[in-house]
Design a protein. Structure first.
Length: 367
C-alpha cells in the first residue's frame, strides 16, 4: 500500500493577505494651528537655550580655575578638603551635555510633530541603478525638504543653525588649549644654584657618582622640595608642565673628547655635561645613549645628536641642537645649574627665531 501524498500543480494563493494602509491618524499639530505654532516655539526655545549653554561652556572654560572644586568635604582654605569634583569639569560637562541633549530632543520633536508623516508605499526595485533612479532620488530629496517644512519655518531653521554653529565653539576652545602655546615660553624652572638630582630618588648628584660613558636622567631639585606644611612646592598640572620642559640628561665623557663651542668651555664639570631631554623636532623625551660615539638617539623619528659636539644634529628631521644647561659644583660638591637654559626648550615652531633672539638678549649674547 502506497503512502505517497498526491500533489497537484494548482497555484497556491497568497498566504498573507495585504492589509493595506490604515486610516491616517492626524496629530494635534496637523489640525490646530495654535498647537503647531506652540510646538514650533518650544523647539526653537530648545535650540536657543542650547546655543546659550554652548556659550556658557566657553565662559566656564576660561573663568573657572582648574583647582576649584564643588561638593567637596572640609575647608579648602585649611588644606583638609577631600572628595568632590573639579568645578571646571562639572560645569563643562553640564553645559555641553545639556546643550547636546536639547539639540537632540528638539530635532526629534521637530520630526515627530511638525514634519510630514503621511504613509507612502514604495515597490522594491533592482539593485542596479539607472538614470531614472537618480532622478527619483533627487525628487525624493526635494520632497523631503518640502515635507520637513524647513523652508517655511524660518524660526526653527535659524535657531537650529545657530545651535549647530555654536556647537563648534567647544571643539575650537578645547583644540586651542591642548597644550600651552610656545610663544614667549622661553623659561624653565631651572635657575642659578639649583641642584641637579636623580629623577627617581631625588638624590643630588656629585661628579664622583658618574663614571665615564654613564648617562643619568635628572631633574631640578625643586620638584622634590616641600613647603613648611609638608606639601610639594610644585604639584598637579604645574608639576607636569614644568617636568615637560625641565627634564635633563647628565652624561660623562673624557674631557679630551669634548669639542665645546665658543663661550661654552666652562659649561661642564670634569667631562660632565647636561642637556635637555626634549627632542627639538617634536618634543619626544630621549635618552638612548651610545657610549662609544657619544650620540643620543630619539626613538620617535631617529634624530641623532652628538653630545660631545654641543648636542649638534647629525641625522634625522631635527634641525636644532639639544639645549645645554651650564653646570657647576656648589660648596658641598653637588652639581648645580649656573643658569636657566640659554636656548629655548621646545619643539620647533615658526616664531622660534624671534623668541630665541629675545632670550639671547636676556643672556647678553648668542647662546
Amino acid at each position: 500500500m502506497s503512502n505517497e501524498v498526491e500533489t497537484t500543480n494548482s497555484p497556491v494563493g497568497d498566504p498573507i493577505k495585504d492589509p493595506g494602509l490604515g486610516e491616517h491618524q492626524y496629530r494635534p499639530q496637523d489640525v490646530d494651528a495654535n498647537q503647531e505654532r506652540r510646538t514650533e516655539r518650544q523647539i526653537a526655545t530648545m535650540f536657543g537655550v542650547a546655543t546659550l549653554l554652548l556659550i556658557g561652556f566657553c565662559v566656564a572654560y576660561f573663568s573657572i580655575g582648574s583647582d576649584v572644586r564643588v561638593f567637596a568635604f572640609g575647608d579648602p582654605a585649611d588644606g583638609d578638603a577631600f572628595g568632590g569634583w573639579s568645578a571646571q569639569n562639572f560645569f563643562l560637562g553640564l553645559t555641553l551635555g545639556t546643550a547636546l541633549l536639547l539639540i537632540g530632543i528638539g530635532i526629534i520633536q521637530w520630526a515627530k510633530k511638525l514634519m510630514g508623516d503621511h504613509e507612502i508605499v514604495e515597490l522594491r526595485h533592482p539593485a542596479k541603478s539607472s538614470d531614472d533612479d537618480r532622478s527619483a532620488v533627487l525628487e525624493d530629496i526635494s520632497a523631503g525638504v518640502n515635507e520637513s517644512g524647513i523652508a517655511r519655518r524660518p524660526l526653527i531653521r535659524n535657531s537650529l543653525l545657530g545651535a549647530v554653529a555654536a556647537l563648534g565653539l567647544p571643539a575650537i576652545v578645547m583644540l586651542r588649549d591642548l597644550g600651552p602655546l610656545p610663544y614667549g615660553h622661553t623659561n624653565t624652572v631651572w635657575k642659578k644654584g639649583m641642584r641637579v638630582v636623580n629623577d627617581v630618588s631625588g638624590t643630588p648628584i656629585k661628579p664622583g657618582d658618574l663614571s665615564v660613558g654613564e648617562l643619568v636622567n635628572a631633574e631640578p631639585a625643586i620638584f622634590f622640595e616641600e613647603d613648611e606644611e609638608g606639601h610639594p612646592v610644585i604639584h598637579g598640572t604645574a608639576l607636569m608642565q614644568a617636568k615637560a620642559k625641565a627634564a635633563v640628561i647628565v652624561v660623562r665623557m673624557r674631557p679630551e673628547d669634548i669639542t665645546a663651542a665658543k663661550g661654552r668651555e666652562n659649561w661642564g664639570v670634569d667631562g660632565i655635561l647636561c642637556f635637555s631631554k626634549i627632542c627639538t623636532h617634536v618634543g619626544c623625551p630621549i635618552s638612548l645613549w651610545e657610549q662609544q660615539t657619544h650620540h643620543l638617539l630619539c626613538p620617535c623619528h631617529q634624530s641623532t645628536f652628538d653630545l660631545a659636539n654641543n648636542g649638534t644634529v647629525i641625522f634625522g628631521p631635527a634641525y636644532r641642537p639639544l639645549p645645554q644647561l651650564p653646570l657647576a659644583v656648589d660648596s658641598e660638591g653637588f652639581l648645580i645649574a649656573v643658569s636657566d637654559f640659554p636656548d629655548i626648550v621646545t619643539p620647533s615652531y615658526p616664531e622660534l627665531a624671534r623668541d630665541q633672539k629675545k632670550l639671547n638678549e636676556k643672556f647678553g649674547g648668542d647662546a
